[in-house]
Design a protein around this ligand. Structure first.
Ligand code: FAD
Length: 651
């Protein structure tokens, strides 16, 4: 893990800035140094492209605009996948994490959600240090005012080509073969607090005016979304004894496949606290409704991260959870998750003081809302390139998503593809069957966005195969062998892991014994004693009460070399039958491509599990074959499997 002191950082920035001045042509330019932009720039440079990252303020590179946390259910899977592709956020999370926990632990490991509370400053410093030491990457402070595009080719009307950017300081244009826009909440951004509306992308930052080029020059469809953030509270003014303490996991599990430990020692982690809203909170929201112009707008906000105003209006009379989360190891502030609000600051103070631990709380920075433009993502191809503009890629909140992890995931993939395009290599896609990143991109492209999109494990049909524990085997090998964005160090480690796991699984397979013998060895397992069958160690490991450690102590000579992977082997054994079934289903769909779909099917009443949206699409289009149905926007592989089973069953 690298870390450079703030002074050295400034010196590096100055020298980078100076050396940049000589260069006016890049393979890839990335606009924006948020979560999408930093991953995109680093990935493009790793893939071999001379890359320039231009962002409004260098010191805000890697800033966590809202919550000081990373990962969670679905989002943690994305962090693991970005890490598997050699991205930054997993290692940054391990460096800056101050409270690690695995969410959803009571459920199967496929849907566990690795999550960490972060120290904001450490996170930013790590990302900045990484970027500034990445070969082939220049970082420059500036605001991109204009996207340069060539006139459409008369042979291909409507098809533009991006040629570079122009900064607002009036300097010369900078040319590039590919440009990635990752402008987050800044595109024509407006900030809201009480009855005040002002231009801005985030508090203290100016908005970006690039919407004009996107709409008027490129003819792209642009929509509007909103989000908000809670006030930050002075820690010393809070009576934490009135809240429930929530300790971290005693053994923090790192995000990165390269890290055996987190930077923060287990005993140095900080707790979070849980408290609840009272009827007084609801009263303040209702009384101040007329003073709160953000919530009176029709623009859609994040459904799964709603403001306190939306929560009390949608679910009146309830006590809503509020998490009090540390903002850093030495920070004086607490982040009240669940209290995003946009009323005037004096009313925000009145509201928080209605919550018992916050009776005498002081606000450091008031909450506010932001509304911004996004580009309808159905206009992109699977490489995240704008279909009608050669060389222009979009990633992050600009595509209608919400969250750092969703942004990082798109960023890494846009970075790989922008670099490949610039280096005259074919662009690549990730499928829904191999990654959550593939699910995310496919959902955006096929369904578009009507509200801010966030990841959930339920969005992935093949989630038993797309587990956090195996993201390295799914993506690191492909990232090195096909995409070229993974270092040889990480690749060698992934190959070692793959080979060792394969050897361990073969050893488990070969360890066959009669069920009677196994039962004698492990009386606690529930095996029928009436009839003896032969069971392999791998099959035995599928039993709930059997751990790899137990098998290794029974057969140390063949299993003890694999103790390092005991948990992965247990998970692999449990999920293997489901994954095999899923692989068969995928093959079956491919084989049944030409199966005719009866034209008189009433999709609205079909007695199979289909979403209302899928029923409407199938009813409208009436695909003639299963293959035609798979290619419809909005039709997922799960829908196809259900359709296939139904038609075959009724034949
Ligand atoms: P950002 O992190 O926003 O980064 C954009 C970057 O682009 C910035 O560095 C900016 O300076 C730069 N930039 C923009 N225009 C230009 C230009 N023309 N030239 C040069 N640089 C430019 N997420 C949640 O999941 N839940 C929430 O509740 C939530 N609430 C939020 C509340 C607020 C007020 C804000 C601002 C964000 C919130 N987010 C929330 C969103 C979260 O911050 C984003 O999802 C995430 O940061 C998106 O990453 P990004 O890289 O797309 O954009």
């Amino acid at each position: 893990t690298k870390k450079i002191s703030p002074l050295k950082r400034v010196l590096v920035l100055v020298s980078r800035h100076a050396s940049h001045l000589a260069r006016q042509q890049y393979d890839v330019i990335v606009v924006g140094g948020g979560h999408a932009g930093t991953e995109a720039a680093a990935a493009a440079a790793r893939t071999g492209a001379e890359t320039l990252l231009v962002t409004q303020k260098i010191h805000t590179i890697g800033a966590l605009s809202c919550n000081p946390s990373l990962g969670g259910v679905g989002k943690g899977q994305l962090v693991k996948e970005v890490d598997a592709l050699d991205g930054l956020c997993g290692r940054a999370g391990d460096w800056a994490g101050i409270h690690f926990s695995i969410l959803n632990r009571s459920k199967g490991p496929a849907v566990w959600g690795p999550r960490a509370q972060l120290d904001r400053q450490l996170y930013r410093e790590f990302i900045q240090a990484e970027l500034l030491s990445t070969p082939r990457l220049m970082v420059v402070e500036g605001s991109v005012e204009e996207l340069l595009v060539s006139e459409p080719d008369p042979e291909e009307p409507g098809q533009h080509r991006v040629t570079g950017i122009r900064l607002s300081n009036g300097s010369h244009p900078i040319s590039a073969t590919s440009v990635i826009l990752t402008t987050g909440t800044f595109l024509s951004g407006s900030l809201f607090m009480g009855q005040t509306k002002s231009p801005g992308g985030r508090i203290g930052d100016a908005p970006s005016g690039l919407s004009h080029t996107l709409k008027e020059t490129l003819g792209l469809r642009v929509g509007r979304l909103r989000t908000g953030t809670p006030p930050r509270i002075v820690k010393d003014s809070v009576d934490l004894s009135l809240a429930n303490i929530h300790p971290p996991d005693s053994q923090p599990v790192p995000f990165s496949f390269l890290n055996a430990h987190t930077h923060c020692k287990p005993e140095e982690q900080l707790p979070c606290y849980l408290t609840y809203t009272t009827p007084g909170v609801e009263r303040v929201v209702r009384e101040s409704f007329h003073l709160n112009c953000h919530i009176q707008q029709d623009t859609k906000g994040p459904r799964y991260c709603p403001s306190i105003e939306s929560r009390v209006i949608r679910f009146p009379g309830r006590a809503h959870q509020v998490w009090l989360e540390p903002e850093g190891l030495t920070s004086d502030l607490l982040y009240p998750q669940g209290l995003s609000m946009t009323m005037p600051p004096d009313i925000q103070l009145r509201l928080i003081r209605e919550i018992p631990p916050l009776h005498r709380a002081e606000i450091h920075t008031p909450g506010y809302g932001v509304q911004y433009d996004f580009v309808c993502p159905t206009q992109l191809n699977p490489a995240l390139q704008v279909k009608s503009t050669q060389g222009l890629f979009l990633a992050g909140q600009i595509n209608g998503t919400t969250g750092y992890e969703e942004a990082a995931a798109q960023g890494v993939w846009a970075g790989v593809n922008a670099a490949r395009q610039a280096l005259s290599m074919p662009t690549l896609s990730l499928s829904r069957t191999e990654s959550y990143i593939g699910v995310l991109i496919d959902d955006l492209l096929s369904q578009g966005v009507t509200e801010p999109y966030r990841m959930f494990t339920s969005r992935a049909e093949f989630r038993t195969s797309l587990r956090p524990d195996n993201a390295d085997l799914r993506l690191t090998l492909k990232g090195f062998e096909e995409a070229g964005c993974v270092s040889s160090l990480r690749y060698k480690e992934a190959v070692r892991v793959r080979n060792t796991l394969q050897d361990a699984l073969s050893a488990l397979q070969a360890l066959a014994m009669s069920s009677h013998k196994w039962k004698k060895m492990f009386p606690q397992i529930c095996i029928s004693e009436s009839k003896s069958t032969t069971l392999s160690g791998l099959e035995l490991l599928q039993y709930k009460d059997i751990t790899f450690e137990m098998l290794a102590s029974a057969a140390p000579e063949c299993l003890s070399p694999y103790m390092e992977f005991s948990q992965r082997l247990k998970i692999e054994a449990v999920y293997r039958p489901y994954c095999d079934l899923q692989k068969k289903e995928i093959k079956r769909i491919q084989k049944e491509e030409n199966m005719a779909l009866p034209q008189d099917l009433d999709y609205f009443t079909l007695p199979v599990s289909l979403s209302q949206e899928a029923r409407e699409i199938l009813h409208r289009v009436r695909p003639s074959t299963l293959g035609a149905a798979t290619r419809l926007q909005g039709i997922t592989p799960a829908t196809i499997v259900n359709l296939l089973n139904y038609v075959r069953h009724t034949e």
